[in-house]
Design a protein around this ligand. Structure first.
Ligand SMILES: [Zn+2]
Length: 524
């Protein structure tokens, strides 16, 4: 009996990081679902490793698995410290920043946020744990069959909850980062492109802001005629805005769409994305360029955009330091402010990549924006539809607030400025089909119809011949964005094609192909 009590204490010691981590999640209000998933995953990994370590006699196996376990503990402790110091789960952006920074910066970073005794506690814990692993003999492990059954169930349970694993995230993010760095030799990541020639901008002072939205369909925007007032803030400044109302995204997925929007690639020549991007063009015109993103820097769907953004003079990926596991887009505002305040640089182009109205919609706005609660209009009535539409509309309303704050922030500077806002694509939320999200296979109009809104400062307008009225109805596809961007930013270059700029007097409508043989304007 005495042995079992001792076993219990030893086991408790070995479980300590998992228990601390669980307590921390509870203290910081993580959802019950997250707490359960995370804890079950961690517990099954721990039990599996302990069973092998304590029941197999082979010394090499024991050492190998003990190293696995120590590695697992280290990741848990990093997770705990990140949680303790930043109130957040380890995420892709935190890891990316960690991989990007050299060890000096990591130490500096830790000095400013962490406490000196934290690493000492971790080392002490790991030392005692490794003593236990190598010298303690559990009385429980003599039940061989029970141990095997336990191991198999741990593998099954762990596999089920693997998505929540910080250890796995660290490993996959690291391999994504390796893949990312292996592509950094590509021309597209360089500050300039040899394809662009005679690039020129004659301005001395400029603050240009391009807001790249996420999953926000024009169809749910009050300012574009949606029956609900999802744009109270932008509506207040409607007289100052140019609302282009027939702009579509080239694709309906972030990466596929931004690939074409930010680069020279288009439907006819997708491979031209290798030739140049908006960042390179702006750099060559003498602007300092910034990519400030509230999206993840790495991943199957993210890495390409980060590679393009690499050409920007500065890149910032937001990691959350607020007491919430949600990264709302207001985290971008202080970063924008910092860029604005930098008086060393006179010509700036800032790209802000929003989280926007990405699923799950209810995670992209704070509780104070839980505004629409009544039954919405839809051709596909169901409880799920009502709730999802309300959440999406709330997210659109929060997005309205963010975009208008950005415009206000720029307006206050009273300088030569524009703010341009569009979304990478839309989402269809029970508009044209019975469901929500963006899927190219379904590809409804709502998934392509993006807002395209321009605000201009007085100083900018003074140098503009005429205005954009009369151009707002133009049918435009964002794969030609680089030409509109160049014209709006007053960048001249040999390869400029005025017929592809929505702002140009020489604009010519072109057929808008969204997939092989499918012309957006001619499909039913
Ligand atoms: Zn997207």
């Amino acid at each position: 009996m005495k042995n079992y009590v001792k076993d219990g204490f030893v086991l408790l010691y070995l479980c300590l990081p998992i228990l601390i981590y669980m307590a921390m999640m509870v203290a910081y209000d993580a959802s019950m679902r997250t707490i359960i998933k995370e804890t079950v995953f961690n517990a099954s990994v721990l039990i599996l490793l302990l069973s092998v370590i304590f029941s197999i006699g082979n010394k090499v196996v024991k050492i190998v698995f003990s190293i696995f376990l120590l590695f697992f503990y280290i990741i848990l402790f990093i997770q705990i410290l990140v949680f303790y110091n930043f109130y957040n789960f380890i995420d892709n952006a935190i890891l990316y920043t960690a991989f990007e920074t050299n060890s000096n910066e990591v130490v500096g970073f830790f000095n400013s946020y962490g406490k000196w005794y934290q690493p000492l506690l971790v080392i002490f814990y790991l030392y005692v744990a490794s003593r236990i692993l190598f010298s303690y003999r559990f009385s429980l492990t003599k039940y061989k069959i029970a141990t095997i059954v336990l191991c198999i169930s741990c593998i099954a349970v762990g596999y089920k909850f693997i998505e929540r694993s910080a250890s796995l995230l660290t490993i996959t993010t690291y391999s994504e980062y390796q893949e990312f760095t292996s592509q950094l030799s590509k021309n597209i990541t360089k500050k300039t492109s040899s394809h662009f020639t005679n690039v020129f901008n004659k301005e001395e002072q400029a603050l240009y802001v391009v807001i790249v939205g996420e999953s926000t369909s024009m169809r749910n925007m009050g300012i574009y005629g949606y029956y609900r007032d999802t744009n109270p803030e932008l509506s207040k400044m409607k007289d100052e805005l140019y609302l282009f109302n027939d702009v579509i995204s080239p694709r309906t997925h972030t990466i596929l769409s931004l690939d074409r929007i930010l680069s020279l690639g288009d439907y006819k020549k997708p491979e031209n994305n290798e030739l140049g991007t908006v960042f390179q063009l702006a750099n060559q015109a003498g602007f300092k360029t910034y990519w400030i993103s509230n999206q993840e820097p790495l991943g199957v769907n993210e890495t390409l955009v980060s590679l393009y953004a690499r050409a920007a003079s500065e890149q910032h990926f937001v990691t959350n330091t607020k007491q919430s596991s949600r990264k709302l887009d207001d985290v971008l505002l202080p970063l924008l402010d910092k860029v604005i305040q930098d008086s060393q640089t006179s010509k700036k182009i800032v790209f802000l990549h929003l989280k926007g109205t990405h699923i799950f919609y209810r995670n992209s706005y704070p509780p104070s924006f839980d505004h629409f609660k009544e039954e919405p209009r839809t051709n596909f009535p169901s409880e799920e539809a009502f709730q999802t539409i309300n959440e999406y509309d709330n997210a659109v309303r929060y997005n309205d607030y963010i975009v208008s704050l950005i415009i206000q922030q720029v307006k206050k500077q009273n300088t030569n400025s524009y703010v341009l806002y569009f979304s990478d694509h839309g989402d269809d939320v029970y508009q044209d089909y019975n469901g929500f999200g963006h899927h190219e296979g379904i590809g409804t109009n709502a998934m392509y119809q993006t807002p395209f809104i321009v605000w201009l400062s007085d100083e900018y307008k003074q140098r503009l011949n005429g205005d954009f009225n009369g151009k707002l109805e133009r049918k435009y596809i964002l794969e030609d964005f680089i030409y509109s961007f160049a014209e709006l930013s007053r960048i001249e270059f040999d390869q400029f094609q005025p017929q592809k700029s929505i702002f140009s007097n020489q604009f010519i409508y072109k057929e808008r192909f969204i997939s092989p043989g499918v012309n957006y304007d001619e499909r039913n």
